[in-house]
Every structure is written in C-alpha cells, then in structure tokens.
Design a protein around this ligand. Sequence first.
Ligand code: NAD
Length: 291
Amino acid sequence: MPARIIDGNALSAKLRGELATKAAALTAQGTQPCLAVILVGGDPASAVYVRNKVAGCEKAGIKSLKFEYPQDAAPADVLGKIAELNADPSVHGILVQLPLPKHFDEKAVLEAIKVEKDVDGFHAENVGRLSQGQEAFIPCTPNGVMEMLKSIEAPLRGAEAVVIGRSNIVGKPMAMLLTAAGATVTVCHSGTRDLNFHTRRADILVAAIGKPKFVTGDMVKPGAIVIDVGINRLQDGPDAGKLCGDVDFDSAKEVAGAITPVPGGVGPMTITMLLVNTVVSAERALAKSRG
Ligand code: NAD
C-alpha cells in the first residue's frame, strides 16, 4: 500500500491561520510582531527564500523589514545594522540569510544577533540551550519536522530514528529534538560506512543530505516514516529545472508508511516555524515590557 503523504502545505496553512490570530491580538495591544531580514549578495536561491519569508510575514500580519547588501559589502556595515536592530524594541526577530559571501565570518555574524531575537535558532547560546532542554529558539527546519511528526501522531518514544546529515542547521538539531522526544537516534553522514544498514532499521528516517533522490525505496524499512528535507533542482533529464528532494519519492512511497513530498513538505513548514518564533519573541517582549 502506498505511503500516507504528510502534507506540509496543509499543516502550514492551519498553523499560519492560528499565527495570524495571535499576531492580530499582539498588534491590538501595540506590539505588532516584526521580523528583520538581512540579505547579502545576489544568490538567486537566497533571494527566493527571502521573498517567501517576507510574503509569509505579510500574510500572517507580521511586519517585515528587508535590508539588502551587495556581494562585496563590508562585514562591519552588516554588523552595524545587526547592532541597530538588536537595540530596536520594535524588532522581535533578526535573520541573516545564509550563505554569506566568503569574506564574512559567518559565525561572528550569527553570534552578533541578540539571543532573544535569534529566531533562526543558530546562535551558539540557543544551540546550547536546546541541547540542555532549556527554553530556546529551535532551528526552523527541524522544528517544522517535529510538527509534522506530531501531526501524524508518530510514536517517537523508543523509536529507532536515523538522521542522514549532520549540518548545524538541520542534522544536528534534528538529532537533538528526536533524542529529547525519546527516540534512539543515529546520525549518519558522508563518513558513515554502511549507510543502508542504518537506514533499513529506521522507524523514522530523516534525509538532509543535498543529493537528489539519494535515498531509494530499497533503503527504507517497510512502514517507516520518511521525512525528506532536501531541496534540489534537477540539472538534467526530462525534469530538468524541477525541484526534488533527497529521497526518490516514487520508490520510497511504495515501502514507507508515511512520507513527505518535495515540494510541499518540509519547505513550507520551515517558513511557518520562523513565523512562529517571531510571534513567540513578540509575546515575550510584550510580557517583559509589562514587567
Ligand atoms: P549540508 O551540505 O550542510 O549537509 C549535508 C550533510 O549530508 C552533511 O552532514 C554530509 O555529511 C551528509 N552527506 C553528504 N553525502 C552523504 C552521503 N553520501 N552519505 C551520507 N551522508 C552524506 O546541507 P544542509 O544545509 O543540512 O541541507 C541538506 C539539504 O536540505 C539540502 O538539500 C538543502 O537544500 C535542504 N534544506 C532544506 C530546508 C527546507 O526548508 N526544507 C532547509 C535547509 C536545508
């Protein structure tokens, strides 16, 4: 039986509706949630991501500010803007679109963002807090995956979870969240010796690799929940130019119990969780201002 499709668009629409209500309530109290987005350079994919984030804000009643810098921008100028936004009480979230040009120290830029406004959850303090189970802004993509698992009532406690990929923005925080939820987590990466051995015993398989259709049906345990984080643009063949995930959807859906599509899976959830974090930040700011 083909797998149940976990529809990221439908779940996003539901969550964004709830968010719009919260944003309107905050605005009525004089605190409209506000996200500031910084884009450096002309990477076309980054420009699309930023456009989608700004559009998502508008629809949810969240104010957005966009600051664009050329490819050869001076890091000091961007750091100066971050300092200005950190000090502005009307700004609740600050996001620097990655990747940054090579002459930037990415870590220094991310660490410059005030922890309370780090709605991407990339600041080392937020990562540390997450690892210790303290209140933190959780990186949006893995947080969106957890919402998707929740939406299908996936049994996580005691489950064997395998995450392919160990990046700071997806793989590592994903592993932390699944561990916190009670799963037994294995993190696979480019140095893993026998990848199929691990994937075939996964009740929950998360692919965050960046290689089109890398995970095939024969790598999936029958009945598993397969979450495809990958976003790749096909280069050749009849589907050239189309988006696809890290999972070969056609073969995997015949084996899996549930699976996320690309597009329309994790992608929309990532932006939704960014909006959630921005609204949460605004709620905290309002509560703080009232003492
Ligand atoms: P990354 O390049 O930082 O990390 C890729 C990981 O895959 C690495 O840890 C590497 O060890 C692992 N890997 C590479 N080849 C492998 C192999 N042969 N076997 C096992 N592991 C291997 O990428 P990332 O930033 O984590 O992104 C991963 C994918 O997710 C990309 O396609 C990216 O576009 C996508 N992404 C999607 C969203 C979203 O909103 N859906 C958000 C972020 C990233």
